[in-house]
Structure formats: C-alpha cells, structure tokens
Design a protein. Structure first.
Length: 115
C-alpha cells in the first residue's frame, strides 16, 4: 500500500488546513501522526475504514477532525484553530487488521503555523 500525503503549508495562528492522504489500497485503519522539530513522533488521530470509528489524541480533540472518503480511498485531517505548536511534519499511516503497528507510511507533509 502506498500513501500520498498532501495539503501542508504555511498558515497563521488561528487558521485552518486540511490534509489529505490518498491510499493505493484498503487496509483496516488509517492514522495521522506528527513530528515537530526536536521532538518524537506523536499520534494525532485515526479512523477505521469500514465503521468510521475515530480516535484522537486527547490534547487535539475539538480542534482536529479525521474523516475518510471510501470511494476515493482518501483520509482527511481537518485542522482548525491552529497554534504555532502544531508546527510539524504530518505523516499518514495505514494499519492492517492483524497488525499492532502501522505497516505503511506516507512521506509526510510540512505544516508551519506562524504566530
């Protein structure tokens, strides 16, 4: 499965961005992660393809929303009320049902939030 993330860019604090991740195939679930400069990668959100169940990092609930378009094999991350601390490279990833880890990773898209 190949993943292509897009939609990153420069935005002012308080603004919004929507990231997209197009998948070449269907897996069990998709997730978004991010890695800020000098920090470890952290979980952002995840969604199951079939049921649409969503999961979020507690600190991001209410500002970020994950969704999917099954017909397009694409997952989205809507990010609102962005803060400078949201600046990071955002990665999408896919997990197979039998796996405890994310098996496939996209190339990452940079989000920069200016103050």
């Amino acid at each position: 499965v190949q993943l292509q993330a897009s939609g990153g860019g420069l935005v002012q604090a308080g603004g919004s961005l929507r990231l997209s991740c197009a998948a070449s195939g269907r897996t069990f679930s998709m997730g978004w992660f991010r890695q800020a400069p000098g920090k470890e990668r952290e979980f952002v959100a995840a969604i199951r393809w079939t049921e649409g169940n969503t999961y979020y990092a507690d600190s991001l609930k209410g500002r970020f929303a994950i969704s999917r378009d099954n017909a397009k094999n694409t997952v989205y991350l809507q990010m609102n009320s962005l803060k400078p601390e949201d600046t990071a490279v955002y990665y999408c990833a896919a997990r197979n049902k039998w796996s405890n880890v994310y098996d496939y990773w996209g190339q990452g898209t940079l989000v920069t939030v200016s103050s």
